[in-house]
Design a protein around this ligand. Structure first.
Ligand code: F6P
Length: 343
């Protein structure tokens, strides 16, 4: 007698790379969309490392209650070197086969999408695709907003608002003491956070890795010019990607500024406060839409190897490989505006 009962679809969801506020909202949307449509869901803990170790937990409607408003990720996250190796990937595949996982949603940055792409290309010895390889979908989640295929990445808005709030506080004390404060914000390779938060806090100068800068011209001379117009306190915003190229980092820059301008200076590295905290409304909404899209518009239709993207507020999807080739540039006009008005 043959069994004609169709297998229930099973998917897994993981968060990978640096965490970002809103990841929980995305997990919730993936799980809820799947469950209400009769799909079984597993949460993989600690990203690809958890997939290798077989650290999966069943997820249900109530497993994702009370997380939409929380920063971090309920599923924990990690950067797995092991997953970059063939053995690691094969161990992850074994987990997918053991759990009969048909689809995998990866919430993370472009490194995590590259992992998903390599995973989807895993071949048997004879060159045929491996049996049991799940359909992979990427959802962009990183505070850096540095994924080329999408205007927006989950976590970016929360981080911008945190930076703005923190710098407003720094500004109070900077102003009280007639000082200069050099502030380093995250963004290893990208200046989206520095530029947009910098304009929001009225930074005198913003240094980002994408645009050429000259410390003498853009920081010292500019401060002197504004001093001549009566300005007595200054915020200098520096992206992490620039700070690492300055010998001695932002501390050394603050000392140089003090020596050359006579304005007492301090350096503040905002650090990981920028990555935590309750997600903003925008991050919760975008994450919910993207999580729903990944399941309903893609996995449920048997579509894999796609990244969920957003352009002009509209959500759509792209082939992972194509998506990874795409770049986006920092808004030069915005940079020029900030230069003109922060005087
Ligand atoms: O999430 C991306 C990012 O915020 C980068 O801007 C930063 O360089 C990096 O994470 C630091 O992450 P970690 O301290 O977790 O290695």
């Amino acid at each position: 007698m043959c069994d004609t009962k169709e297998k229930t679809m099973r998917i897994a969801v993981l968060t990978s790379g640096g965490d970002a506020p809103g990841m929980n909202a995305a997990i919730r949307a993936v799980v809820r969309t799947a469950r209400v449509n009769g799909i079984e869901v597993f949460g993989v803990r600690r990203g690809y490392a958890g997939l290798i170790a077989g650290d999966l937990i069943p997820m249900d409607l109530r497993t994702v209650s009370d997380i939409i408003h929380r920063g971090g990720t309920k599923l924990y996250t990690a950067r797995s070197k092991e997953f970059e190796e063939d053995n690691g990937m094969r161990a992850a595949l074994k987990t997918c086969i053991d759990y009969q996982i048909d689809g995998l949603v990866v919430i993370g940055g472009d490194g995590s999408f590259r992992g998903a792409l390599d995973f989807s290309r895993l071949k048997e010895k004879n060159g045929e695709p491996c049996k049991g390889l799940p359909l992979c979908i990427g959802i962009p989640g990183t505070i850096d907003n540095d994924i080329g295929c999408t205007d927006y990445t989950i976590g970016y808005d929360t981080s911008l608002n945190t930076i703005m709030d923190m710098v407003d506080r720094v500004r109070d004390t900077t102003e009280s003491h007639d000082r200069c404060c050099v502030i380093e914000v995250m963004g290893r390779h990208a200046g989206f956070l520095a530029l947009n938060a910098g304009i929001a806090v009225g930074a005198t100068t913003i240094l980002v890795p994408e645009f050429k800068y000259d410390i003498q011209h853009d920081v010292i001379d500019r401060m002197r010019r504004t001093q001549n117009t009566g300005k007595e306190h200054f915020i200098i915003m520096v992206a992490e990607g620039v700070a690492k190229d300055i010998e001695g980092g932002v501390e050394a820059l603050a000392r140089k500024i003090e020596a050359e301008t006579n304005v007492e200076s301090r350096a503040v590295v905002l650090g990981h406060v920028q990555r935590g905290g309750a997600p903003t409304c925008k991050d919760r909404v975008v994450a919910s839409i993207m999580g729903n899209y990944a399941v309903k518009k893609l996995l449920m239709k048997g579509i894999g190897n796609r990244v969920v993207c957003m352009k002009n507020e509209k959500v759509f999807d792209l082939d992972i490989e194509e998506a990874l080739k795409m770049t986006k540039s920092l808004d030069r006009e915005l940079y020029d505006i900030s230069y003109e008005i922060s005087i």
